[in-house]
Design a protein around this ligand. Structure first.
Ligand code: SF4
Length: 356
């Protein structure tokens, strides 16, 4: 790349950042632990949504030792409502690793950060560039968009080739003297100015050099190859009450919402009528010939690659002790339920029916 283009790009970007940098609490620190907390929270989360979670985590776990010492269930309960719970599980695992393998000193170099669970190229580049000015370019959705538009790059961003090409370009453009500031400037610029919808091209400092603007391609860049197929899943939840409370269990298997609590559930591949449901072997094995009553049906919950349709049924009577044992179902009173980490579907149901 022509050195003049590179210098001009970086100069304009950093001058834009001086005027427009957002005032955010993690920008007031150089503590790699707190910056890591913010980066993990902001993966797949908007700043306005993630900010209260960052403040909560920074207050409850001000050091990596505090996070490592905490119970995973407690960490998950603080994460409640943010989604993508594997981030919280990985954070907890990574905190323990830092305490055990790094003697409690949170790493700041790319080569050490990348060893932590839940830390990929983007996060390791962001933290190392911000904290110790290591020259690693970040590439997130905002960076893809700005570079694709300014340099008119058609390669789909969701392909191996695209990822490599954009990473190389970002690395080439990186301002080696101020990599942290440059990375943050590029991401902020993509987020608030060169937005996915309604980019502010008329007032843009790049509009004379931006290829997409000149070629009228702003709306079609960046390109994606294609969407991943979305899977439909049908969850049938059973609300079973006793004097001791409501029956719930913790999801353990390697699936969505691992480690979170929910009601006993049966999953089917298609939508079933009440009659069809009660004829299933799995239903009979757990509940015999009892008759559930549909309380709420067809509640849609969309995750990244799956669409969940949930039905909630009331089911009377006791559940056999061997079934309780087999599936690790336990009764919880409302006080305990309030403290359990629950996914949004269950949390909304409990709130709506005033069961919290
Ligand atoms: Fe983005 Fe428009 Fe600026 Fe080009 S001119 S960088 S498309 S805001």
């Amino acid at each position: 790349m022509d050195a003049a283009i590179k210098i001009q790009f970086s100069k304009l970007l950093i001058s834009w950042y001086k005027e427009n940098a957002r005032d955010l609490p993690w920008r007031e620190t150089r503590d790699p632990y707190l910056i890591w907390v913010s980066e993990i929270i902001l993966q797949q989360t908007r700043i306005d949504q993630g900010l209260p979670y960052y403040l909560k985590f920074a207050t409850v776990f001000p050091t990596v030792q505090d996070l490592a010492r905490a119970d995973l269930d407690y960490v998950l309960s603080l994460w409640q409502g943010l989604g993508y719970y594997s981030r919280a599980r990985n954070m907890h695992k990574a905190a323990k690793m830092v305490v055990e393998d790094f003697h409690g000193a949170f790493p700041a170099t790319y080569s050490e950060l990348i060893k932590l669970p839940g830390v990929g190229d983007y996060t390791a580049s962001a933290i190392s560039s911000i904290v110790i000015q290591e020259g690693n370019a970040v590439v997130d959705g905002n960076v893809f968009r700005v570079l694709a538009r300014v340099f008119d790059i058609d390669t789909p961003i969701d392909t191996t080739l695209g990822k490599r090409q954009f990473k190389e370009l970002a690395q080439e453009l990186l301002d080696e003297k101020h990599p942290g500031k440059y990375n943050q400037a590029l991401m902020d610029f993509g987020s608030v100015h060169c937005k996915a919808k309604g980019p502010l091209c008329v007032s843009c400092m790049f509009n004379e050099s931006c290829m997409a603007y000149r070629l009228n391609k702003v709306d079609v860049l960046p390109k994606k190859q294609g969407k991943q197929k979305i899977r439909n899943r049908y969850f049938h939840y059973f609300i079973i009450k006793s004097k001791k409370g409501l029956l719930m269990y913790q999801r353990h298997h390697d699936d969505v919402w691992q480690g979170l609590f929910e009601f006993p559930v049966l999953e089917t591949k298609e939508e079933l009528s009440l009659e069809e449901l009660t004829q299933l072997d799995a239903f009979k094995a757990c509940f015999g010939d009892r008759n559930p009553l549909l309380l709420e049906g067809n509640i849609k919950h969309v995750l990244s690659h799956q669409r969940i349709f949930a039905n909630f049924y009331i089911l009377g009577g006791e559940v056999e002790p061997d079934i309780l044992e087999k599936y690790q179902w336990r009764y919880y009173n409302s006080e305990k339920i309030a403290k359990l980490a629950k996914h949004k579907l269950i949390f909304s149901f409990l709130e709506k029916h005033r069961l919290l």
